[in-house]
Design a protein around this ligand. Structure first.
Ligand SMILES: C[S@@+](CC[C@H](N)C(=O)[O-])C[C@H]1O[C@@H](n2cnc3c(N)ncnc32)[C@H](O)[C@@H]1O
Length: 263
């Protein structure tokens, strides 16, 4: 449910949230402004983004995303009074054309359209959200105030005055067996192993297998190197799109188109 301007104004104007008041799964504590800035920097939020703050509190992150970066933002807040309070702050900040506070449960509200997720929850709540976050579009940035995502290691960490923020970039799912088709050479097989954003694998060329060198995955961009039969080093750069990849295989200054399909 979205709050309209009139609904927000109708709410109890004397309501003030209290630090530490319990929400459904975690209490309310606002992220300090200096860390809000660092979180928006970490996610490189721009006017092209749609940011969802999971557990919006008084709306500080959603409002800053719109005011400082020109982004659109949605805050999901379980407590109806706090949600109305946050919506009133949205209006007071003059960003109601870009920001909405939704009264709802983060476990029941769809945020799949987000390009950036922010959260200040708890490790066990992050852990429950993790499968949903990992199904989001590759490249979606997730920033958490203070709490990590257990064995899904952050891509970057920034320290604030009292607490830290961590960034994860949702990786494409690349694990499995792939058949690569160069334009002017025989097809070859690659097996990719993946643990979140960390990848490795094996390439099999003309019956000979070797470990991929320097395999990296960032969002939907995959890169690795291998040594061809003539001992030249090849660098492969690909864009992953579901069960397909498209890109180039470069060696000795020559670049050839390359496509791949998951078996
Ligand atoms: C620690 S505060 C963070 C507020 C804001 N994101 C910030 O960083 O300033 C967490 C907020 O999540 C809300 N909350 C707790 N459980 C929730 C749930 N299941 N769905 C939506 N909001 C929830 C709480 O009411 C509280 O306002």
């Amino acid at each position: 449910m979205f709050f309209s301007l009139a609904q927000a104004q109708d709410k109890d104007a004397t309501y003030k949230p209290v630090l530490g008041q319990m929400g459904k799964d975690v209490m309310w504590l606002p992220t300090p402004n200096e860390l809000v800035d660092k979180m928006l920097d970490l996610a490189q939020v721009t006017a092209d983004d749609l940011l969802f703050d999971l557990g919006a509190g008084d709306g500080v992150i959603a409002i800053a995303a719109a005011k400082q970066r020109g982004a659109r933002a949605v805050g999901i807040e379980y407590n109806p009074k706090l949600a109305a309070y946050a919506q009133a702050k949205v209006i007071a900040a003059g960003v109601q054309d870009k920001v909405r506070i939704v009264q709802g449960d983060i476990f029941e509200t769809d945020f799949s359209q987000a390009t950036v997720i922010t959260m200040y929850l708890l490790p066990e709540i992050n852990d429950q959200l993790r499968p949903t976050l990992l199904k989001m579009k590759p490249g979606t940035r997730v920033v958490s105030h203070d709490f990590d995502m257990l064995e899904w290691e952050p891509d970057a960490v920034v320290q604030g005055a009292r607490s830290r923020a961590m960034l994860w970039v949702v990786p494409a799912h690349v694990a499995g067996e792939w058949i690569f088709k160069p334009v002017n050479a025989a097809p070859f097989a690659v097996r990719l192993d993946q643990i979140f954003q960390r990848i490795g694998g094996t390439i099999t060329l003309a019956g000979r297998s070797q470990a991929l060198v320097g395999a990296q995955l960032q969002a939907d961009r995959l890169r690795f190197q291998y040594v061809a039969d003539d001992q030249t080093i090849h660098t492969v750069n690909l864009l992953v799109n579901g069960h397909q990849m498209q890109g180039h295989d470069s060696s000795l200054g020559f670049s050839q188109p390359l496509s791949a399909q998951r078996r």
